[in-house]
Design a protein around this ligand. Structure first.
Ligand SMILES: [Zn+2]
Ligand SMILES: [Zn+2]
Length: 169
């Protein structure tokens, strides 16, 4: 995934907007535990600040996720955005550096977009904040049906109960 900067790199102060729609680079899929669906659709803003090109990417990824509570599949939307400075210098970019390098007329955005999507992922993927999850005793999906199980009285399981949605504790 890349953008052409042949014009914007020539003049300080110049700014360009682009939209890149193409299959997800494998760097992105490598960051996401679930399969990404739909092609990537990334808005790109490139600003020439004089010494560098400042690149902003944003968009929304969607993947075929599995709910951590009820285990049902669902479409997880992952909004993402990131900003990176690119300087025209030879050689590969230093992964720990303050900026990325480029030469020529194209900026490669794979790593920038992959980082942004990775940071946009939720800590826990649930189909809905209200998801009731599965009964830990009989396995019934509480979103679909209640069950007759009696909650554990055992305090050793209090830690487990703390993981359940609030209305089940
Ligand atoms: Zn769920
Ligand atoms: Zn049950």
């Amino acid at each position: 995934m890349d953008v052409r900067v042949s014009d914007v790199r020539k003049w300080a102060g110049r700014e360009e907007f682009t939209r890149v729609v193409e299959p997800w680079p494998h760097e992105c899929q490598a960051r996401v535990e679930f399969p990404l669906i739909n092609p990537a659709d990334v808005r790109v803003r490139v600003r020439n600040t004089g010494g560098a090109l400042v690149v902003e990417v944003s968009g929304e990824a969607e993947c075929q996720a599995q709910c951590a509570r009820c285990l049902e599949p669902f479409g997880l939307r992952v909004p993402f955005s990131a900003v990176e400075e690119f300087r025209e210098e030879p050689g590969p970019s230093d992964p720990n550096g303050d900026y990325s390098r480029f030469t020529g007329d194209r900026l490669v955005l794979d790593d920038l977009v992959a980082d942004a999507v990775g940071l946009g992922l939720p800590m826990v993927s649930v189909c809905s904040p209200q998801c009731r999850g599965l009964c830990p005793q009989c396995g019934v999906n509480w979103n679909q049906a209640p069950c007759e199980c009696v909650p554990w009285p055992d305090d050793r399981l209090a830690g487990l109960r703390a993981l359940l949605p609030p209305d089940r504790t």
